[in-house]
Ligand binder design. Structure first.
Ligand SMILES: [Zn+2]
Length: 49
């Protein structure tokens, strides 16, 4: 299973760590940042794990 480093949107209150997450994938490139940003994991990612 490939390791995915977390990312988040500067416009969102959650971070993502699953490449199958639609919400995470829909983040526009300009708003996307590496790391968790100190934010909780998104519910969609949590369900995909
Ligand atoms: Zn997510």
């Amino acid at each position: 299973m490939p390791k995915t480093s977390p990312w988040h949107s500067i416009k969102s209150g959650v971070h993502h760590n699953n490449t199958s997450c639609n919400t995470g994938n829909n983040i526009e490139r300009e708003n996307r940042r590496e790391g968790t940003g100190g934010k909780p994991l998104c519910n969609e990612c949590a369900n995909l794990r």
